[in-house]
Design a protein around this ligand. Structure first.
Ligand code: MN
Length: 323
């Protein structure tokens, strides 16, 4: 997935910029905003949010669908670059074909994790295959790489099998990182968790958490009560830190995405599809993409690569925007 906005703004985050990490359990309900993704789809963006830029190292969260793509092209995201991050693709329903500049060509299907580590630079495309299921529904997330790893070699991993926890009507698939002692095989570079939680009929569960992590949850299907807050699709519930467990209950057929991680202490600059540490990092990445350097070539996508939008004419001050 790509940020396809024509006029993206630089966003500063991490390191307590904007709203600081909540030092205690909180319940902040944040609405996502609709963002066009090319001509064919609208996604709901939850992160970065004006009031909450990151949750741990999670710095970007787009939710799409459920959308009827029967007889339509579906997802068409042309080759575009990334730096300084990992992309996590996770589907509830449907199928997406991933291609990247390392030569990877991988079908992304529900319950299987596709994880791309951009390191210093990679490019990829994402599209609905020619013959695709009628519904497209899922999320794409970005994880910011800590400074020590942001120039690492790029990589792509596909994990069809992930650890699953069962507890009091709750089934948790550990997509990324660690939850209640179960660890995903995905490569990660900071203390983090991303888990898909399925709640059975009338489930009442207490999920063990790491008190040093901050957490947030969104609903993928159905509706749930999360720590006493009625949560429906369209909102993200930020939960803060200092929790050793989370109370969950739900009606039938509910799925949640739980995100968490150790608070990300480094300040970041995000613009378009790049995560850097300074305005200059972003300018350089944009120049490298425009000049055909650093990000390789995606083969097999039927269409032109995405051109980088123009840089914003203003440069953000180091402290970024406060709300
Ligand atoms: Mn992308």
């Amino acid at each position: 997935m790509s940020n396809l906005e024509r006029d993206p703004q630089e966003t500063q985050c991490g390191g307590g910029v904007g709203v600081a990490v909540a030092a205690a359990p909180v319940r902040e309900v944040l609405s996502g905003r609709d963002v066009p993704l090319g001509r064919f789809a609208v996604v709901r963006r939850f992160l970065p949010h004006g009031q909450r830029r990151m949750v741990g190292a999670w710095c970007f969260l787009d939710y799409f669908g459920p959308e009827d793509v029967a007889g339509r092209p579906g997802m068409r995201v042309p080759p575009h670059p990334h730096t300084g991050l990992q992309t996590v693709s996770w589907l509830v329903e449907g199928e997406v074909l991933h291609r990247d500049s390392l030569g990877s060509r991988q079908a992304v299907r529900p319950g299987e994790l596709s994880l791309m580590t951009s390191g210093h630079g990679i490019s990829h495309s994402e599209e609905s295959p020619g013959q695709h299921p009628p519904i497209l529904h899922g999320v794409q997330l970005w994880v910011a790489l800590p400074d020590a790893y942001r120039h690492t070699e790029p990589g792509f991993e596909h994990h069809p099998t992930l650890p699953v926890l069962h507890e009091s009507g709750l089934t948790a698939t550990v997509v990324v990182g660690e939850l209640a002692g179960a660890r995903s095989p995905a490569s990660v570079y900071s203390g983090i968790v991303g888990a898909d939680l399925t709640l059975g009929p009338a489930a009442q569960a207490r999920l063990p958490l790491e008190p040093g992590f901050e957490y947030a949850a969104i609903v993928l299907l159905g509706a749930a009560d999360v720590d006493g807050v009625a949560l429906a699709p369209g909102s993200l519930l930020y939960l803060g830190t200092g929790r050793s467990q989370l109370a969950l209950h739900a009606g039938p057929r509910t799925r949640l995405l739980l995100l968490g991680g150790e608070p990300f202490e480094e300040q970041l600059v995000m613009w378009w599809n790049f995560v850097g540490r300074s305005h200059e990092d972003i300018v350089q990445a944009r120049q490298d993409w425009a000049g055909g350097h650093r990000f390789g070539t995606v083969r097999g996508y039927d269409g032109d690569p995405l051109p980088a939008p123009p840089m914003p004419t203003t440069r953000l001050k180091p402290r970024g925007r406060h709300r």
